[in-house]
Write a new protein. Structure first.
Length: 108
């Protein structure tokens, strides 16, 4: 039982450190607007002890470099996006700010 508790606490600490590292990286990144293709959007639902939680992500491929950026987005943004859409992505690291395409746009 002690080993299980140690594993759970260790996993929690690792996730916390990763989240803090990503937050700091995003804070230190400039806000950029780049041409990008929305290649994938995903919805992930978890059920923990009767509490249902859903997270939404959008993965973009930057046209200039081919780099892929996965951003967490609000549900209303996720619903407005369509895969294989080319547009202008405004982001700060992995932090989504705005996506504009063909006279339409969504913001966080």
């Amino acid at each position: 039982m002690e080993l299980l508790a140690l594993i759970v606490v260790g996993a929690f600490i690792i996730i916390l450190v990763q989240n803090i590292r990503e937050f700091i990286s995003n804070e230190n990144s400039p806000e950029l607007t780049q041409t990008a293709l929305l290649i994938r959007k995903r919805r992930h639902t978890t059920n923990t002890g009767g509490t249902v939680s859903t997270t939404y992500t959008a993965e973009f491929e930057l046209k200039e470099t081919g780099e892929r950026i996965r951003c967490h987005v609000p549900r209303r943004v996720w619903k407005a996006l369509e895969e294989e859409t080319l547009g202008q992505l405004t982001h700060q690291g992995t932090r989504f700010r705005r996506f504009a395409w063909k006279g339409q746009s969504v913001e966080k």
